[in-house]
Design a protein around this ligand. Structure first.
Ligand code: FES
Length: 251
């Protein structure tokens, strides 16, 4: 049964990307284990405001595990100690009375710190804009059944499309690689007939943009797959490599 717990929260504080950061530790008393992790941070910020201390900056939007914005490194794990959930779905029942919880931003050259726990993940938007789409010639709406899609391919495509672009894969990877993200976005289209016409161009353009923005490459440690809140498989990275090699061979 959930109870109220006293905890210490060790939070990374940093005023900007160019200033040096540091950990600050705050005590919180009587936090309900039914509270979500973000609600706990809200309680902390209320306390800080009352004490005249600047509240901790952190990112969030949907609080439903959909948008991927709430990206925090908690006790050494992207999105915390539970598996296949985003930070907003983590609850305080995963922590005990007397715990010290360490909260850090994503640490990657591709995600510079904006302030405290908030990082700039617009690099993912740039990779997506490089080719993560299907060009559509406007015209009459085609019949729903006019392009048959095998069921197993539709399911693999949907599994890849589950990626919410949170960046946990990059934060977990010793190389700071964005390969799981890129491979999910490439795969979701490569598996469908609608995505095939631009498949070669897409794989090359998205990987080139990933390299340009300073993300590392994949050395198959699988940390990304383990920490992905949506369980995206690294088999997508194998597909991305096949798509890329196929595209280069036909140049
Ligand atoms: S706030 Fe949207 S996934 Fe957590």
């Amino acid at each position: 049964m959930d109870k109220d717990i006293d905890i210490k929260v060790k939070v990374w504080r940093q005023r900007s990307a160019t200033e040096k950061g540091r950990f600050e530790t705050y005590e919180l008393k009587g936090v309900s284990q039914s509270a979500s992790f973000l609600e706990m941070l809200d309680i902390l910020n209320n306390q800080l405001v009352h004490e005249g201390v600047e509240p901790v900056v952190y990112d969030h939007d949907c609080r439903e595990g959909i948008c991927g914005t709430c990206s925090l490194y908690i006790n050494g794990h992207p999105h915390g100690p539970d598996t296949q959930i985003t930070t907003c779905q983590l609850h305080m029942r995963h922590f005990n009375d007397g715990d010290t919880i360490t909260v850090e931003p994503w640490r990657s050259a591709g995600f510079p710190v904006i302030r405290d726990l908030m990082v700039d993940r617009s690099s993912f938007d740039k990779i997506q804009q490089a080719g993560g789409f299907v060009s559509v010639n406007t015209g009459g709406t085609p019949d729903a059944n006019s392009i048959p899609v095998p069921k197993h391919k539709a399911e693999l495509s949907m599994d890849a499309a589950a990626c919410v672009g949170c960046g946990a894969c990059v934060a977990a990877c010793k190389n700071g690689s964005a390969m799981l993200f890129v491979s999910a976005k490439v795969s979701q289209y490569a598996l469908l007939p609608q995505g095939r016409p631009e498949a070669k161009k897409r794989a090359k353009a998205m990987l080139a943009k990933m390299d340009e923005l300073g993300f590392g490459n994949c050395t198959n440690t699988r940390a990304c797959e383990l920490e992905c809140p949506k369980g995206v498989s690294i088999s997508n990275i194998a597909r991305l490599n096949r798509e890329f090699i196929g595209a280069k061979c036909s140049d």
